[in-house]
Design a protein around this ligand. Structure first.
Ligand SMILES: C[S@@+](CC[C@H](N)C(=O)[O-])C[C@H]1O[C@@H](n2cnc3c(N)ncnc32)[C@H](O)[C@@H]1O
Length: 200
């Protein structure tokens, strides 16, 4: 990497208020299965681990990263953070397309150029009913493709909140944190086939 590790961590990590929201959602949902796509600085992973410790219930927690940002070099082992973490050194696409597990909570912050292409599979097959899906960077101008996920939520009336306002000079919340809820009886149980290929 041409930049130092601390510069990298600062560049990729989420805003702290968004990280705290993620931890609070997990503490409140009492998530029993969690999928995190994209380790980055590990800031979210550490917050999720402390939420799991707070809940004091056993959790199936999968962390997926192919270390794209460090050109394949694994600098840390996420499994050292918690006995509940199972780390998968895989591309997001390979993991998502082959996964047969359902998750109560999914955090998506890995393949920013492509995640929108398989959002329908994540929503339909990987997210439990009553599950929470959180996606970072949906209003980041560098990844306009991710805004398709927001547009599909609006079009298919999936309950959601988009958090993308900053009030502090130090914040970069405008990158956008989308939180969606697959609510029983309100949100569609599954999205139509091919939905992420159409213009929404
Ligand atoms: C923006 S960082 C995640 C930031 C993290 N949420 C945080 O708060 O620090 C993106 C991570 O996803 C990984 N990544 C990028 N493309 C990927 C892909 N196609 N499959 C799996 N992981 C990927 C990168 O190696 C990096 O660790």
């Amino acid at each position: 990497m041409a930049i130092s590790l601390s510069q990298y961590d600062k560049m990729v990590s989420m805003d702290i208020n968004h990280v705290e929201l993620i931890a609070s959602l997990i503490k409140s949902q009492k998530s029993r299965s969690i999928l995190e796509l994209g380790y980055g600085s590990g800031l979210c992973t550490r917050a999720i681990v402390s939420a799991i410790e707070y809940n004091s219930i056993p959790v199936n927690y999968a962390v997926v990263d192919n270390w794209f940002d460090t050109e394949g070099t694994q600098l840390v082992n996420p499994e050292n953070l918690s006995r509940y973490i199972k780390f998968y050194k895989l591309s997001e696409q390979d993991f998502v397309l082959n996964c047969v597990t359902k998750y109560d909570f999914v955090l998506s912050d890995a393949d920013h150029y492509n995640s929108n292409k398989w959002f329908d599979r994540v929503y339909n097959e990987l997210l439990s009913v009553d599950g929470i899906f959180v996606c970072h960077d949906v209003t980041n101008k560098d990844f306009k493709n991710l805004f398709d996920i927001y547009k599909v939520c609006v079009k298919y009336k999936i309950p959601h909140m988009l958090f993308n306002k900053s009030t502090l000079a130090s914040e970069r919340c405008e990158r956008g944190l989308l939180v969606i809820y697959k609510t029983t009886g309100v949100a569609p149980v599954s999205l139509p086939e091919g939905v992420m290929k159409e213009t929404v």
